[in-house]
Design a protein around this ligand. Structure first.
Ligand code: B12
Length: 501
């Protein structure tokens, strides 16, 4: 009899349950992991997040499934405690179950994660080859993988180099038959700018890696600077399959830079037109500076309804000196935004405020730029100095790293960088109120309703919840924290404190 693997998304509501921070995750990530090992083990997928399972229900599901191996996937650092809750629960049911943790957070913070005794192996990097090789090893059918694993060996921790899947064209499609995939298609993952343009819809991510060096971004650390992409023809075939099987009418592409690499992405859009797929699509992360006229026309012809572009700042000095953004003339971006909109495509624009060394006047200029750049919807993010980024090192060197960043717990609502000119509270408050003022002014709110797929009443509830969530728990002052490592046992408490705000 084959051994059994259960692949799990833990439930984010084990940490906190509010509309501002919980997300539905794309089941394709664990769906592909299932597909690459299903010939060697029996695989079940348990999306405790989608099913909103309580910890007790999760425990019961584990007791019923009796897995030999459990793979737990965790996307973001903010939710680290739910990884440990899931792992501890698995071990409490059967201590002999092998627990393997993976995901973006684990890739970045493997040294923290492996300290938890309920986790036997961390996957560092892209997991398809690692999981297969590890399971073969555990089954006694192969050697231990040489890349992508972090594990304890007696008192020491073995850290292998990060694993990368160089050739994405060799990856299988997700094991759709192991997922209740129709459920993911029939309702919006989350209302707002990233929703499916039309139901049923699905999320897709077809590329990995980013060639740029934006100082705040972890993507190069997570998946390297080489942009890799799936075979366009294979993506088209999968879309056609999903259309036929699940009736999907729209796609949200979650790639970091949907238009890179250019050649393959143009080919994909050309094929979407040629094959008359008749799918509405949007890209949640678009490198606006690579868009030429050919791209713009192909977008329109292939069914694009919206793009979210990462402008980050309205100030050229900030783009050049603090972010290292490949936008060399921010003044030209309003025109480019207008060119996209002329093709009937909405544009949302992302900005970051509260960067290390940014002046209060520069922050105000970015807000002004956001207001007049012509985008249909603008989002402000507070700079969070994530581990493995140049911004983290920069902030540390400048002595402006707020206390919370020393911890692995992060909360996206609150600024953590400090300055002589502004406080984290200033930036967090400005973010919420300027977002509210700019996007929901009379004459603009109706457009946002369209893009978000919400009524004005629903949007007003979200606005209120966002304002209400800003009951500020500031990180300790920088001088108390720089260089100080918080003991691990405080982590969970800190995350909870921040979530209570
Ligand atoms: C798409 C995406 C999303 C999607 C969901 C993605 C999903 N898979 O369901 C949505 C829109 C929901 C989302 C939401 C958020 N996201 Co996001 N997201 C991404 C993005 C662009 C890609 C992630 C992805 O799907 N990659 C493709 C899959 C295949 O890769 P993967 O998840 O890494 O999985 C591989 C390995 O990690 C490993 N693996 C994963 N699980 C397992 C399990 C086992 C057992 C094994 C062996 C291996 C393994 O193998 C997989 C295959 O190779 C990343 C940036 C990036 N490039 O990583 C940001 C990113 C992860 N997101 C980020 C953030 C901040 C958020 C939000 C907080 C957004 C916000 N600011 O409000 C929310 C929080 C969601 C949450 N609750 O955790 C940050 C995280 C920073 C951090 N360290 O915490 C990132 C890094 C973006 C950035 N540039 O900073 N996100």
């Amino acid at each position: 009899m084959k051994k059994k693997l259960v692949l799990v998304y833990p439930n984010q509501r084990w940490l906190k349950d509010d509309i501002v921070t919980t997300w539905r995750l794309d089941p394709r990530t664990i769906g592909v992991l299932a597909a690459v090992v299903r010939d060697i083990v029996d695989v079940e997928i348990l999306d405790a997040n989608m099913r909103n399972l309580s910890l007790e229900a999760f425990r019961e599901a584990m007791a019923d499934a009796q897995p030999d191996y459990v793979g737990i996937s965790l996307l973001t650092t903010e939710y680290a405690p739910i990884l440990y809750q899931a792992a501890e629960t698995v071990k409490s049911v059967d201590p002999s179950t092998v627990v393997i943790a993976g995901g973006v957070h684990v890739t970045l913070h493997f040294a923290d994660v492996i300290r938890h005794e309920s986790i036997d192996y961390c996957c560092r990097g892209e997991g398809e080859d690692v999981l297969r090789e590890l399971l073969l090893y555990l089954l006694g059918q192969g050697p231990l993988p040489q890349a992508g694993l972090v594990y304890r060996e007696g008192d020491r921790v073995v850290e292998q180099p990060k694993a990368v899947v160089e050739d994405l064209t060799k990856l299988p499609w997700p094991a759709y038959d192991l997922l209740d995939f129709q459920k993911y298609c029939d309702t919006d993952a989350r209302k707002g700018a990233n929703r499916f343009p039309e139901l049923p819809g699905m999320a897709m991510l077809i590329s990995r890696g980013c060639p740029y060096r934006c100082s705040f971004c972890q993507v190069a650390t997570i998946s390297g600077r080489q942009a890799r992409v799936r075979e366009p023809a294979d993506v088209i075939e999968e879309i056609r399959f999903a259309k036929e099987r699940y009736g999907i009418r729209s796609i949200t592409f979650f790639d970091d830079n949907f238009f890179l690499p250019k050649k393959e992405m143009k080919e994909l859009l050309r094929l979407m037109c040629a094959e008359k797929l008749n799918i509405k699509w949007q890209a949640a992360g678009a490198a606006i500076w690579v868009l030429d006229d050919e791209f713009l026309d192909l977008m329109q012809q292939s069914g694009c309804v919206g793009v979210t572009v990462a402008l980050e700042s309205g100030v050229q000095r900030v783009l050049d000196e603090i972010i290292d953004k490949p936008i060399k003339d921010i003044g030209k971006m309003p025109e480019r935004i207008a060119q996209i909109q002329q093709r009937g495509i909405w544009v949302a624009a992302n900005f970051i405020i509260g960067l290390p060394g940014e002046t209060w006047e520069e922050i105000r200029q970015t807000v002004r730029f956001a207001e007049v750049c012509g985008a249909d919807y603008v989002k402000f993010y507070v700079a969070v100095p994530l581990h493995g980024t140049r911004m983290y090192d920069m902030a540390r060197e400048m002595g402006v790293l707020g206390g919370a960043s020393e911890d692995v717990a992060v909360d996206w609502r609150y600024g953590q960088i400090v300055s002589d000119e502004w406080t984290p509270k200033d930036v967090s408050t400005l973010r919420v109120y300027e977002w509210d003022r700019i996007n929901f002014a009379p004459g603009r709110i109706e457009r946002v309703c369209d893009i978000w797929g919400m009524t004005i009443e629903e949007i007003n509830r979200t606005r209120k919840a966002t304002r209400d969530s800003l009951t500020f728990a500031p990180p300790p002052a920088a001088e108390q924290c720089i260089g100080e490592t918080r003991p691990g046992k405080n982590r969970k408490a800190r995350a909870h404190e921040l979530s209570l705000g």
